[in-house]
Design a protein around this ligand. Structure first.
Ligand SMILES: *Cc1c(COP(=O)(O)O)cnc(C)c1O
Length: 443
């Protein structure tokens, strides 16, 4: 398991003779120059994945292709927002903080969408003043709130309704239920979504453009998306029957799966979107409505595979297990503060030695962090070379999504730097936090 597998590393990563290089920069040089732990983003890989989702949506849906909104929550920084802008896709933000990143670089407001189940009045006011293209409404309170603020600002705000269609998808399976016990959106089955439509139509300062649904994350099959799309299309058909004209937009959210482990495969945008297009066109034909403008919100699928975390090994320890077995604990200089996903979701990763060619044999190992918590585990079980020593660099691939964006200061550990690499050059896009940054908050 400790061999380099190109399928889980960023596109421009190579293992050259005896060390890892990302976009022609060696892992050792990166750690020497920028310290560790370090998030290393393969810039060209990010841009090409973002472009691929855009072209795949256009090819699959033709005239009905809407916008690819990159989900900022997966990882956003000013530089990443510039890349998103330059590629020509949109940005999905769900807090004032994420919106502030967009504003800071002058991201075109016409390509921003605002989400969130509990947007504050300030967030709504700032978003409307900025001119965001669409606000996705999540509750009845919010209909009144967004309408009032838009009216105070003298704006007619374009909105979507977030619908919970009764489809939950988890990787390879999806579950269809009448009611979903979740905090997001208006339920389709209970009639809440229909009531929200009439409530929004009654507001002069709101213009209902379409429906939105997001059914989960790390999904590999089209069935879940298809089931959700079919249910939303039923609602669009009911709208047409009732009001005599069509609601013309449908946003199918994000959730496209990526490879974390050898043997897994990152979803191909063209394949999944072509499948979705077939289903949407078929369902629309049978419901006798036009194919709506289709937008999507991939986050993980754009940034996840582009990033590798580099750690330095600090200590190792052999622990005896029952039955005469043993396990080597390999402790690195980060942990659950820069990657909470294993602790939060049981997410699995791999690691390789990045600074030299490890010499077998392998040992049953566990890669852990430096936090005061037994659950501070990056990789629960992995075969790693028995000669791993303090000072070695471990590379953990596919950490671009929900790594830095979920990072914390647990144990007063400063957050890592994020470095972008491209064609032999490396530059900091988010500087390493310092202890003084942390203490600056405190009286
Ligand atoms: C989280 C989220 C996304 C992005 O999900 P990924 O799994 O990263 O693609 C998109 N839309 C909404 C509404 C979300 O909550």
């Amino acid at each position: 398991m400790s061999a380099f597998d190109p399928a889980v590393f960023s596109r421009n990563s190579r293992f050259e003779v005896d060390h890892l290089k990302i976009a022609s920069v060696s892992a050792s040089a990166l750690v020497a120059d920028f310290g560790s732990p370090l998030f290393v983003v393969d810039e060209e890989d990010f841009r090409s994945r973002a472009s691929h989702w855009k072209s795949a949506l256009e090819e699959a849906f033709g005239e009905s292709a809407g916008t690819v909104y990159y989900a900022a929550k997966s990882f956003i920084s000013k530089e990443v927002a510039r890349w998103v802008d330059q590629v020509g896709i949109g940005l999905d933000v769900c807090t004032g903080g994420e919106l502030a990143v967009a504003e800071a670089i002058g991201f075109p407001a016409g390509r921003v969408e605002l989400h969130g189940n509990n947007k504050s009045e300030d967030e709504i006011r700032i978003a409307i003043s900025y001119g965001v293209h669409t606000i996705v409404i999540d509750s009845f309170f919010e209909i009144e709130r967004v309408a009032r603020i838009a009216s105070e600002l003298g704006v007619v705000q374009r909105v979507y309704i977030r619908v919970t269609p009764g489809v939950e998808a988890h990787t390879h399976e999806f579950i269809s239920t009448a009611h979903e016990d979740v905090k997001f959106g208006f339920s389709l089955a209970s009639g809440a979504a229909w009531d929200a439509i009439s409530a929004i139509r009654a507001e002069n300062s709101l213009r209902l453009m379409g429906l939105h649904s997001h059914i989960g994350s790390q999904i590999f099959e089209s069935e879940g998306f298809a089931a959700a799309a079919a249910k939303l299309i039923t609602l669009l058909a009911r709208f047409k029957d009732t009001y005599g004209h069509e609601l013309s937009e449908l946003d199918l959210g994000g959730g496209y799966g990526i490879a974390y482990l050898p043997g897994e495969e990152t979803l191909d945008p063209s394949r999944i979107l072509n499948e979705l297009a077939d289903i949407v066109k078929r369902e629309c034909a049978s419901a006798q409505i036009s194919v709506p403008i289709i937008s999507i919100e991939p986050g993980r699928a754009i940034v996840g595979p582009t990033t590798t975390t580099l750690y330095t090994v600090g200590t190792t320890k052999d622990v005896e297990l029952d039955g005469g077995l043993s396990r080597r604990y390999i402790a690195v200089d980060g942990g659950m503060s820069d990657n909470i996903r294993p602790a939060l979701y049981g997410a699995e990763y791999i690691a390789i030695v990045a600074n030299r060619l490890p010499l077998g044999p392998n040992r049953n190992s566990r890669v852990v962090g430096k936090h005061c918590e037994s659950g501070d585990i990056i990789i629960r079980e992995i075969e790693l070379s028995a000669d791993i020593q303090p000072g070695d660099i471990l590379a953990v691939p596919a950490t671009g999504a929900y790594g830095y964006s979920m990072a914390s200061n647990y144990n007063h550990v400063p957050r890592p730097a994020v470095v972008a690499v491209n064609q032999g050059n490396a530059r900091v896009i988010v500087r390493r936090e310092s202890i003084s940054d942390l203490l600056a908050l405190e009286n």
